[in-house]
Design a protein around this ligand. Sequence first.
Ligand SMILES: Cc1ncc(COP(=O)(O)O)c(C=O)c1O
Length: 345
Amino acid sequence: MNNYIDLRSDTVTKPTDQMRLAIANADVGDDVFGDDPTVNLLQERVASMFGKDAALFVPSGTMANAVSILAHTRRGDEVIVEKESHTFNYEAAGPAVIGGVQLHPITGEKGILTASQIACAIRPPGDIHLPPTRLICLENTHNRGGGKIYPIEDIRAICETAKANQIKMHLDGARIFNSCVATGLKPRDYGRLFDSIMFCFSKGLGAPIGSIITGSSEFIGHAVRYRKLLGGGMRQVGILAAAALYALDHHIERLEIDHKHAKLLAGALAQINRFSIKPEDVETNIIIFDVTNSGRNAVQIVDILGAKGVLMVPFGEYLVRAVTHLNIDSEQIDAAIRTIQQCFA
Ligand SMILES: Cc1ncc(COP(=O)(O)O)c(C=O)c1O
């Protein structure tokens, strides 16, 4: 994939030379015994960034969400999610398969739900026919919502509804730092509103592997057990925690560059009559555009661009997704724009 401009996802990044150096020099120990000093450092650092008691390093975002849902719920419980969320669509029904938990999907606007929608979806307690609503999961930024930032005032209102009904709140914050950089909000601003938050090091932050969950000591105590149950207890994993620490130090502020590139690309796509996209809707590093008027479907558009060396993914029959990231520089954005213009203008 070396000669391609790979806009399929921000998961395709490769560790930089400096990150590889941090990996090579990492102090390690057996993390299942709690002995890995680099993992411990990472977990303490993340907990403190989000104003939480503790954190837990896990192999993937999918496992982070599964572990969090398992740790918050019991079999037969219900979890409110947004219909286009990653958890509902792309996590292999893990909460249902492993946890016996029912996901209750509600349709949002670009992935955003309102407090009143949630209030309507909460099951009234005391009726034996109904699964108890135990947890609300939000996603920020929202992947299928085109990298949409969850407005903090909406989260606050949902949080109040959740508290009034004694329901826990979990954030799939796979790309939370894209949101922090774009809004100027701090991780703690989100930490205050959620019982648990997970984010990924292997997306915009550019690490090869790893996600993390943060929450109360009690919650993380349950989460460690579920991580083990899922086979996610890792041994000398400080080599990966070192990459994650490096990413926290060096790859957060630069997300602004990815957002700038995404805006440029969205602006160029908006100039092409056959495509439809509102550049003002592109808030972070994900661009989703509609190809209905091109006379071709998303797979065909992606194939045409792929043959010219620009990789994107179909995201629905007539929707195409492109994602900017650490391994895409401004020359590659310019080159991608030229290719798109040559193929479709
Ligand atoms: C919003 C969101 N949550 C969770 C995940 C899952 O992460 P992973 O691929 O590490 O399992 C992704 C992956 O793309 C994602 O976009």
